[in-house]
Design a binder for this molecule. Sequence first.
Ligand code: IMP
Ligand code: MG
Length: 181
Amino acid sequence: MSIHDDVEEILFTEEQLHEIVARIGAEINRDYAGKNLLMVSVLKGSLIFMADLMRQITIHCAIDFLAVSSYGNGTTSSGEVRILKDLDQSLAGKDILVVEDILDSGNTLSFLLKNLSARNPASIRLCTLLDKPERRKANINADYVGARVEDKFIVGYGLDYAERYRNLPYIGVLKPEIYQG
Ligand code: IMP
Ligand code: MG
């Protein structure tokens, strides 16, 4: 009995994820040279992506974390976003890069973009490991995108279903019987 048995299909292997993260890291190193980079991880989903991405960054940077209300235990967004845990520091004069696991309806990132922009950062950009453009409701796009995915509920590498499967080292699609209980 292992969490791996619940995965129907692997979408991104550990090696593929490493390549994606290295590519985004190189783009950030190029774009943020000479800037005052603060990487803001949106907990908990972006935890592993953030940890891998920041180790690809070769310029000076600082990190911070925030948490927002999420899906509960379902697989669709409620549309309502709240900050559960805020940043430790002021954003004034800093170049903010928000690091997310997946951009789906866009509700979370459009809320954060508005909220963080009001704190007078020098600049603000969005980085998401995955993008599900088919499901977008808010008018928002990320500046850095790891990969586009179809409209399937996926888990692993930080992404959860009911708080489980975040510890899978790859990203995969869950077997349907897991949702059906
Ligand atoms: P949005 O607000 O609808 O764009 O949703 C963003 C958040 O929903 C992400 O940070 C994830 O936590 C969660 N999410 C969206 N799609 C998936 C998925 O396929 N698997 C796991 N979590 C997801
Ligand atoms: Mg999340």
